[in-house]
Design a protein around this ligand. Sequence first.
Ligand SMILES: O=C(O)C(=O)C[C@H](O)C(=O)CO
Ligand SMILES: [Zn+2]
Length: 279
Amino acid sequence: MDLRYATSPEHVPGMDTDALRRRFLVQDLFVDDEVRAVYTHHDRVVLVGVVPARGPLALPTFPEIRSAHFFEHREAGVVNVGGPGTITVDGTTHTVDRGAFLYVGRGAEDVVLASADPAGAGGPAAFYVFSAPAHTTHPTTLVGPDGGTVRELGDPLTSNRRTLRQVIHEDGVRSCQVVMGMTTLHPGSMWNTMPAHTHDRRTEVYLYVDVPADARVVHLLGEPTETRHLLVADREAVIAPSWSVHSGVGTASYGFIWAMAGENQSFDDMDGHPITDLR
Ligand SMILES: O=C(O)C(=O)C[C@H](O)C(=O)CO
Ligand SMILES: [Zn+2]
């Protein structure tokens, strides 16, 4: 498990490209037949990538979380960004196709992730786990690839027409802290989340997906008046502390899994920053 200590906004101006990438960018989370994890002290979020290529993989506990099993004190949203797969939670098997989400509640003990057809056209399943501490148990719940609350946002004229799907949220699948969903850019639209916002009550992580191999997303981070950028490739994630904007423009269209944890779960509790105020 890769441990990332919390940062404060005054660290950002002194960081060079490597330092920014080490602190905020998560690379190589998805490796065949491995379970890779990153623990950020921002809201104690844990990110895990699981790619069961040769056979099923169990989600282990990690010494850093001092728990008998991963979900002893935690909950998670899990989304499949690869080929078709299954997740078995304490003996119950859920079919989790590409774009489907499984919320796993506190207390689950045996969680096994598998690909349905690792040699098939879709390749092995690739599960992205976003986990946060949980004080109680909400039921483990599956949402299919088209499920959730859909919001159509943006405009082709500003290159930001996109479909946002809220899956784990106040009016959907219930959780203690995790709020999670997916946004898909329409063809020809490249900008996400502009005008940018912050939400000082929550940490957010964007996992970029469906970014073509020869394309990148230029992702903005930092305080609104002191932004920096990261060049982000497919299946890479960016940690946005509560004080950081999180917005990006692709050199091709793409999608991203967004997920938050913190003080509240109110999706619309965000502080917008006019484009003209950004620096
Ligand atoms: O397309 C968007 O805009 C988003 O997906 C915004 C994220 O959901 C977000 O940043 C929520 O706080
Ligand atoms: Zn946000």
